[in-house]
Design a protein around this ligand. Structure first.
Ligand code: T4K
Length: 766
């Protein structure tokens, strides 16, 4: 096969920050990485060449000067250029009006010209809610007096001149006095763009179009942002810390803004644009400007695995089929970046490494143990980075948007959906309400089959709606619902099955699915324990018609209280969302019987913060689980229930089965001893739902058909783990356990007999 031709790529404005960011991206590309890079620039400042990114750079006049076309044409000819990336804006406008004979994907001419002026963009978007209230005011008018200002304070001022960067003349004026002072220190600005101050989050939305189709979209969010004057190179601008995210609402609004402008100019859209947006007081993302080129953050996207410069060139060359499918740019969660004014931006894949991996002791989310009172719990909550959580709390207080599907909840839903590989995540106030709403939205009625060996919420969520939970037995090996037991319980009144992925281990999903199909039943899962777990290499979240998570304080990821419905069914998701908000489908329009199941902003702030250290917490869980396994190996009568290491697990529950015959001590005696020593081990899920009210009264004989549940509820012990437990605590707990097992009085009856005995006793009690 002949070797692929080495391409020559022209990048204009070569010395500029953005052009260099594009070349850095292209050098990371598997398609264009070994290309020759040719630059053109006015070369008034050579600083930008110090990185040695280009093979050759030519001097060229400014784009509005007479010699510009000749200079570019000479370079194109001499270097046999295969494709071009055009930057900055004046050159984009020139190329787009009068294209050169080389492939380059540029925005259409009237669009490019309009975008050059903030004033024009605001005029074109006026009448929509995409821009805040605004006015352009001449310096003299403002100097004459307060009456020239039509807007309420605080307001945002910028230089209204065409083509200036957003930073120039930017200032938040709280009063006319402050505005006057700002005029004094900016004598060179003749007219100011005044607009309503947008206090919320700050985004740059990257959009790539071709043939009027949106091909790629992604968002940079600036978390800290400050004007920094100028760098050694003479470049003026700002520095930012931020992160790469995919924010559906922001993308939608940016796209609508672009389409609105195109509707006026009458051009089909193409090229790369970066729309800057900021959120208003009510969390509405508003456009602050539209850039018709890449941004200095372009190479950060490439570092995160999304090379938009590569996609743009592939479009220019007509090689669309080589572009990865899907509009949404996916970035690793918890990423961070630092973009200095002019240095190469720095991309940080995760905010922190798992404590076990770096061991440098600097992580603020390290295990702190034992707990302050010396008592250790099964569900000691993970807390995460306080400063980041408190910064979010400050944000939401500043925004004064505390609940009702606010920006943190929306972001949390997106991150959870992406992590679970599912189309929809509807966040809720807790797992139980999420179960209730999922059950209702799915239309379950009559009888629904559930395991008895689960937290009682699984059953209550049904009974609360007067649907009868019918208890199935579990597989004694996996502790999850046994499809054979389910099948025996199906009656004409059965409408569905709820499997529970107990301890984060997925049910026999396929067995249940077959049953559901055969008997035309709905299938959903209580995945309260199974966030970030997989089954047959597919993430839990997309199985059945819906899956439900819990983010209770004691869970691997907590939002204090919280839960979510995950589903690939958009209609079901929409229905569940309406039901969680009283059935409101818009102001004053109630379309369903609903309840209040909404997650609050502060809960989502906690969830987002903890997502940033999720890997760390899972690593801690795994370390504790391994430590328990090692320390209890060979202990008579004890069996640590194992995780399947071929799957993704959150290792959140350390479960031990105590066989009294071998251990010489009962599970309950062990628990009593541990509690006496400050170890709050738990008998999850004793005594089984069927032995709790109201079910015990409704189904007095249920135990007869639940032999494995009866056996496990007598044997199972959950041991403390999580970030409040370290290896020393695990060692102490295991020493306590070992001091007791294998020494006690031999029990009177064997396991098999005892098991029957318990079932028999249940029947007798009944
Ligand atoms: N489905 C399943 C399979 C579930 O396991 C759950 C909840 C649900 C559905 C319902 O989801 P949510 O509606 O809860 O979101 C705890 C939790 O309250 C419950 O969420 C969880 N399952 C269950 C397995 O454990 P309890 O009755 O054991 O809670 P409690 O208060 O005894 O706390 C557990 C341990 O955690 C204690 O040793 C104390 C410690 N703890 C607890 C809290 C709240 C702390 O150290 N700090 C804390 O802030 O149910």
């Amino acid at each position: 096969m002949p070797a692929a031709k080495r391409l020559t790529i022209l990048v204009t404005g070569a010395c500029g920050v953005t052009s260099r960011s594009v070349v850095r991206s292209l050098k990371q590309s598997s398609v264009f990485g070994d290309s020759r890079f040719v630059g053109t620039d006015v070369l008034y400042n050579l600083y930008g060449l110090h990185e040695g990114l280009y093979d050759v750079v030519y001097e060229a006049p400014w784009a509005n000067e007479a010699g510009y076309r000749d200079a570019i044409e000479t370079v194109l000819r001499r270097e046999r250029v295969d494709a071009a990336v055009v930057i900055p804006e004046p050159e984009v406008v020139h190329w787009s009006r009068a294209p050169f004979d080389v492939p380059a994907l540029l925005p259409p001419p009237a669009f490019a010209a309009a975008a050059l002026s903030k004033q024009r963009v605001y005029e074109l978007l006026a009448g929509t809610d995409l821009v805040p209230p605004h006015q352009v005011a001449a310096r003299e008018a403002l100097e004459r007096g307060e009456a020239a200002v039509e807007l309420a304070y605080p307001l945002w001022t910028r230089d209204a001149a065409e083509g200036t960067t957003s930073g120039k003349g930017s200032f938040k004026a709280e009063s006319y006095r402050q505005l006057r002072a700002w005029l004094e220190v900016n004598p060179s600005i003749p007219a100011f763009m005044l607009s309503g101050y947008l206090p919320g989050r700050n985004f740059g939305c990257f959009l790539l179009y071709d043939d009027d189709r949106l091909l790629k979209a992604g968002v940079t969010e600036r978390l800290g942002y400050f004007m920094s004057g100028s760098s050694v190179s003479g470049v003026t601008g700002n520095a930012a810390i931020g992160r790469l995210v995919y924010d559906e609402t922001v993308v939608r609004r940016a796209d609508v803004a672009v389409r609105t402008i195109c509707a006026v100019t009458g051009e089909p859209m193409r090229g790369v644009v970066v729309v800057d947006l900021r959120e208003s007081q009510s969390g509405q993302a508003c456009v602050t400007e539209v850039n018709v080129k890449h941004a200095a953050t372009t190479s950060l996207l490439a570092s995160a695995g999304v090379n938009i410069s590569e996609f743009q060139l592939l479009c220019a060359l007509g090689r669309h089929d080589e572009i990865a499918p899907g509009v949404q740019m996916r970035f690793p969660p918890g990423n961070r970046f630092l973009r200095d004014i002019d240095g190469p931006p720095i991309y940080v894949k995760r905010t922190r490494q798992p404590a076990s991996a770096n061991g440098d002791g600097r992580s603020r989310t390290r295990a702190k143990s034992p707990a302050p009172d010396g008592v250790v719990h099964v569900g000691g909550p993970n807390v995460g980075d306080r400063e980041r959580f408190l910064a979010r709390v400050n944000d939401l207080l500043d925004r004064r948007w505390l609940t009702n599907h606010g920006p943190f909840v929306r972001e949390f839903e997106r991150e959870v959906a992406a992590l679970c590989g599912v189309r929809n995540c509807v966040a809720m106030c807790n797992g139980t309400v999420a179960l209730e709403i999922a059950i209702r939205a799915l239309g379950l009625t009559g009888e629904v089959i559930v395991p008895s060996f689960t937290f009682v919420a699984t059953a209550h969520a049904l009974q609360w709606q007067e649907i009868t939970p019918v208890f199935a037995d579990v597989d004694p090996r996996t502790h999850t619902i046994d499809p054979a037991s389910v099948e025996r319980l199906i009656t004409p009144r059965t409408s569905g099955i709820i499997g529970v992925h107990l301890w984060g281990r997925a049910c026999d999903v396929e067995g249940l699915q077959r049953l559901a199909e055969r008997h035309d039943l709905k299938l959903m899962f209580d995945a309260a324990h199974a966030f970030r777990c997989s089954h047959r290499r597919r993430m839990v979240g997309g199985f059945g018609q819906a899956e439900v998570l819990s983010f209770h304080a004691t869970k691997v990821l907590n939002t204090f209280e919280g839960g979510a419905i995950l589903t690939n069914d958009d209609t079901l998701a929409e229905k569940a969302r309406l039901m969680s908000n009283f059935g409101f489908a818009g102001v004053d329009n109630v379309t369903y019987l609903g309840t209040n199941g909404k997650m609050s902003e502060i809960a989502a702030a906690m969830g987002l913060t903890l997502l940033e250290s999720l890997d760390e917490h899972i690593a801690i869980n795994r370390r504790n689980y391994e430590a328990y396994r090692r320390a209890l190996r060979g202990a008579p009568g004890l069996h640590v229930v194992e995780y399947d290491d071929r799957e993704l697990n959150n290792y959140h529950y350390v479960i031990v089965e105590v066989d009294e015959t071998g251990a010489g001590v009962s599970r309950d005696q062990l628990v009593a001893m541990l509690w006496d020593n400050g170890v709050r081990a738990r008998r999850y899920f004793y005594p089984g739902c069927h032995r709790m009210e109201p079910y015990r009264s409704y189904f007095p004989n249920a135990g007869l058909v639940l032999p494995h549940t009866e056996m496990l509820t007598e044997r199972v012990l959950a041991l403390p783990t999580g970030s409040t437990v370290d290896e020393a605590v695990v060692a102490r707990i295991c020493r306590l356990i070992r001091s007791k097992v294998g020494r006690g009085r031999p029990p009177q009856v064997g396991v098999a007999e005892r098991r029957l005995g318990v079932a028999g006793a249940a029947a007798t009690r009944a």
